[in-house]
Design a protein around this ligand. Structure first.
Ligand code: SF4
Length: 365
């Protein structure tokens, strides 16, 4: 398949890794920001192929992992309400809230449905005018365009029984928070190619100037990843502070302008709490006031729900590159995909799930 097969070519990947070996002269710590990249790195064993000088740490770019616990509890409360069809992407159903998850609420009789697009939820609202249909609108910049389009589409249809429960987060403020931490170890970033496909990379020069570390826009196939790592190592070895874009077949500087326009029409920036990490100023999006009719938190009056994290779970450290899953005492023992304590063990983009699934199950390392 074009644009996939050639980017999984083992010989090409090996050649780039050989290039990395020839280039690197000292230790460097790189962070891949996106959980999809984390899974590809662990799945293809790229971290084990790299020379010892290069350490990859895993970033917070897993939307399921960073959705705050109280939002999960709010979703559970809304889904349990009478006359509600609660719609979500599938990987949110097993994310533990304070006591339950959406699967257990569904098993208890609630109408919880897995959809593949928020537009499917809008269609459900059209087909079920006597029900309130709620879509769990989580994610980064990548899922914002379909979520805002669902609101605009519902508005154009005159629907009064469709709303979204919003927990949107943005990458640049997260990078700012990671690099501002006194515990930061990250010396170079692999930026998330799909986020940059939507937003471009015009937001990153300010971060580059502030923190003076190189950033490389990186894709998701093995060849994309090793090329991104090679580019970051070259920049670091040469002492260059630049944004490099080897993923130019997908990303340009401006990004998808129509998508950005629709996001700005429906959402505005806000402070957002990240699960395990805490509140990062202006790191999220919320519905603008003029779209209050589509705001599930207002419609169901769940704003007062508060929740506390399990003290065992160190996902917040992992999501900021300060620890690895094996550093968690619960990893593979009291926390497994069947019995997760934290969202990073559940999500298809979670670092703990990747380490468990692809055999990094050594306990207590
Ligand atoms: S292994 Fe489980 S408890 Fe530990 S950090 Fe990961 S999700 Fe949290």
């Amino acid at each position: 398949m074009k644009y996939v097969t050639e980017y999984r070519d083992a010989l090409l990947v090996k050649n780039v890794i050989d290039d990395i070996r020839r280039t690197v002269t000292k230790p460097w710590t790189l962070m891949e920001i996106c959980g999809g990249q984390t899974h590809a790195i662990v799945r293809y064993g790229i971290d084990r192929l790299l020379p010892n000088e290069i350490e990859l740490v895993h970033g917070p770019g897993c939307p399921v992992c960073v959705t705050p616990l109280e939002l999960i509890d709010k979703a559970l409360a809304i889904a349990s309400s009478p006359n509600v069809i609660f719609c979500s992407y599938g990987d949110m159903l097993r994310v533990p809230g304070s006591g339950r998850d959406l699967f257990s609420v569904k098993a208890a009789g609630a109408d919880v449905r897995v959809v593949y697009s928020p537009l499917d939820a809008v269609e459900l609202a059209q087909l079920n005018p006597d029900k309130q249909v709620v879509f769990f609108a989580i994610g980064f910049e990548t899922t914002a365009p379909p979520n805002v389009m669902s609101v605009l589409h519902a508005q154009s249809l005159g629907l009064t029984n469709y709303s979204i429960l919003v927990s949107h987060v943005r990458v640049p403020p997260a990078i700012n928070a990671i690099l501002s931490s006194p515990n930061n170890r990250v010396q170079g970033f692999l930026l998330a190619g799909h986020v940059c496909a939507v937003m471009g990379y015009h937001e990153y020069p300010a971060l580059l100037n502030k923190f003076k570390i190189p950033m490389v826009i990186t894709g998701f196939e093995p060849l994309d990843l090793v090329q991104g790592i090679l580019e970051a190592v070259k920049l670091l070895e040469d002492g260059k502070v630049e944004i490099s874009n080897p993923y130019a077949r997908v990303v340009n500087f401006e990004g998808n302008k129509p998508a950005q326009k629709h996001i700005a029409q429906v959402f505005e920036e806000c402070d957002r709490k990240w699960r395990g990490i805490g509140t990062i100023p202006m790191s999220g999006w919320k519905l603008r006031q003029e779209f209050n009719d589509f705001n599930a938190e207002l419609r169901f009056d769940v704003n007062e729900i508060k929740a506390e994290e399990s003290p065992l779970c160190i996902a917040g450290q992992i999501l900021q590159g300060m620890n690895k899953p094996q550093g968690c005492s619960a990893f593979g023992t009291s926390c497994t995909p069947e019995h997760p304590l934290g969202a990073t063990m559940v999500s298809s983009e979670g670092a703990c799930a990747a380490y468990y699934r692809y055999g990094r199950v050594t306990i207590g390392v």
